[in-house]
Design a protein around this ligand. Structure first.
Ligand code: PGA
Length: 257
């Protein structure tokens, strides 16, 4: 199984989101084996996109998730509210939350625990800034992010959590990690996860994100260590996203045969 997730970030109004969601659903129609596909619209569009996708194979995700079930947390959207609107996934600790809005590991751990207590599957994003890649401390940096995010969390089943490796220097920059760099980090992330969770880390989905586009999707997805891709910019253009979905389907049929 491969995963193709599209993070629309702070883009598109309700009407445009519904149209794009329908386009994604159309790309999967009639296909025999499809990847697990989810789109992550803005909070304001979740409800309408959910309705538009109700009879499709496309799932819904949110770009962030609140710290508790309910309460005095202005501006937060709880996991229960995301469940309510039909969201199956939520990003937790996306690099833009960490680096633009200052979300720290403690806050991210809180969001993750709240999400784990609901039916919404968290997609925990980790990844090193450029200076840590350049001075060779990227593994330690990502290991610390994983340890801190998972502190106090109990994971007994690999399907409870998805991890996305998104090197900060590759997000929105057009600069993708090489396949070798991604594979190496995914292997490393699994080895760290195996010390932190009670489930089999080899069964956990680890996605790659950072300038994924039609030109590199197949090469990334055909690696067994790379369970899928989290796509930002290219998920906003239906043609580009369709080509990434096609790449995932090509890989799935090649690996099946
Ligand atoms: P990008 O974004 O594909 O535009 O680099 C990826 C992400 O932020 O998840």
């Amino acid at each position: 199984m491969k995963y193709v997730f599209g993070n629309w970030k702070m883009n598109l109004g309700i009407r445009e989101s519904v149209a794009l969601g329908r386009g994604v659903a159309r790309s999967l129609r009639g296909r025999e084996r499809t990847p697990e596909v989810a789109v992550f619209p803005a909070f304001t569009a979740l409800s309408e996109v959910y309705k538009a996708l109700a009879r499709s194979r496309v799932n819904l995700g949110a770009q962030n998730v609140g710290v508790d079930r309910s309460g005095a947390f202005s501006g937060e959207v709880s996991p229960a509210q995301l469940e309510d609107v039909g969201s199956s996934y939520a990003l937790v600790g996306h690099s833009e939350r960490r680096w633009i809005f200052g979300e720290d590991d403690e806050l991210i751990a809180r969001r993750l625990r709240a999400c784990l207590a609901s039916k919404v599957t968290p997609v925990l994003c980790v990844g090193e800034p450029l200076e840590h890649r350049e001075d060779g401390s990227h593994e330690g940096f990502v290991a610390d992010q994983l340890k801190r995010a998972l502190s106090g969390a109990v994971i007994r089943n690999a399907s409870q959590l998805i991890v996305a490796y998104e090197p900060v220097w590759a997000i929105g920059t057009g600069k993708t990690a090489t396949v070798a760099q991604a594979v190496e980090m995914h292997t490393y992330i699994r080895s760290v996860l195996s010390t932190l969770i009670d489930a089999d880390a080899n069964e956990m989905a680890v996605l790659y994100g950072g300038s994924v586009k039609p030109e590199n999707a197949y090469q990334l997805l055909r690696e067994r260590e790379i369970d899928g891709v989290l796509v930002g910019g290219a998920s906003l253009k239906i043609r580009a996203f369709q080509e990434i979905l096609d790449a995932a389907m090509d890989v799935m049929s090649a690996q099946e045969g």
